[in-house]
Design a binder for this molecule. Structure first.
Ligand SMILES: [Zn+2]
Length: 330
């Protein structure tokens, strides 16, 4: 691949946009918080072809205010969170970030500005990535801005740079260095940490009171997002979620699912890695993934899933000799 091609591939990688260059989306109009359990609300993400994604968010009511898990990428996502919190009359008291990808942490910037006393619970991997992945990504964006001054994506690239420049807001006030119970605003939660899965520091949150598990990008639809992942150990790590007594699992991208849905996802993931290691074509492996996940990927999302898997993740991240992050096992 040419230098330009490698550059673009890297720029696009975290964006999951192997397709047209991503563009920023205006304030979300199709999102609203919906109750998924007592005192637990879900805000959908957004993930469509040609646009940068927003991850999902979950809001838990604590003793005095709200605990918000993940804050999305675009301004509209954080605005939805802010509107919900404001409308409730209770303050935002804590943020939890499942990992450092921009589609899960960028809303920290405006939300921490409005709620400066809010605690931030997250892995410290973001500190390393400020000088690692995010710094490299920023350089690539600067190169694009320099070389393509008339590109319609210029505003989106500038927004990405602004997010990266605000990355101090992604750093935890309360680091998650190990799994275990942690009480946030009077609400006891069980946190897990996986280092060799998706991002070098994947935090999941289980709420024993409602049996809701917020899995972050350990579970993503319409396909596993493999940009910074260690595929083999990620697949193995999914086994540890089986042991969590959840009734509802909220993925980092996609709709909440029950245990049967998660088991189907896990089996499909194993099948995808096995297919990628075998002689089947990228198209055949994609067909098998879609057959295995069934209605976890609705018909309307299948073309996008195919673009992502057949057009990018299989040839670029699962096959050949893709670069693996340092936190992946050799
Ligand atoms: Zn994500």
């Amino acid at each position: 691949m040419s230098l330009r091609g490698r550059c673009l591939a890297a720029v696009l990688s975290l964006l999951c946009a192997c397709v047209p260059l991503p563009k920023d989306v205006p304030a979300a109009t199709d999102k609203s918080a919906r109750r998924i359990a007592k005192d637990v609300y879900f805000i959908p993400g957004r993930f469509v072809a040609g646009e940068q994604p927003d991850g999902t968010s979950v809001l838990l009511r604590g003793r005095t205010g709200w605990i918000v898990i993940d804050t999305g990428r675009h301004a509209g996502h954080a605005e939805t969170i802010e509107a919900f919190v404001e409308g409730s009359g209770a303050p935002l008291v804590a943020l939890v970030n499942t990992h450092w990808h921009l589609d899960h942490v960028s809303g920290n910037l405006p939300l921490r500005a409005t709620h400066p006393r809010a605690e931030v619970h997250a892995s410290t991997q973001v500190v390393a990535e400020r000088n690692g992945f995010l710094a490299r990504y920023r350089t690539q964006l600067e190169t694009l801005l320099h070389e393509r001054v008339d590109d319609p994506q210029v505003p989106a690239w500038r927004n990405e740079i602004a997010r990266i420049d605000g990355a101090r807001a992604f750093e935890p006030t309360h680091p998650v260095d190990t799994g275990g119970m942690r009480t946030l605003d009077g609400r006891p939660l069980r946190l897990g940490l996986q280092r060799e899965a998706v991002s070098g520091g994947d935090v999941w949150v289980f709420d024993p009171g409602t049996r809701v598990l917020v899995a972050g990008d350990l579970v993503t639809l319409p396909v596993p997002l493999l940009d910074t992942a260690c595929p083999g150990t990620w697949a193995e790590g999914l086994a540890s979620l089986e042991g969590v007594p959840f009734e509802v699992l909220v993925p980092g991208h996609g709709e909440p699912m029950g245990r049967a849905g998660f088991q189907r996802y896990r089996a499909a993931f194993r099948g995808l890695l096995a297919c990628a290691a075998g002689p089947g074509s990228d198209a055949a492996c994609t067909d098998a993934w879609l057959a295995d996940v069934g209605d976890l990927v609705p018909t309307a999302q299948r073309a996008h899933a195919r673009q992502l898997l057949q057009g990018y993740y299989l040839p670029q991240r699962l096959r050949g000799r893709p670069e693996r992050p340092a936190y992946c096992p050799p």
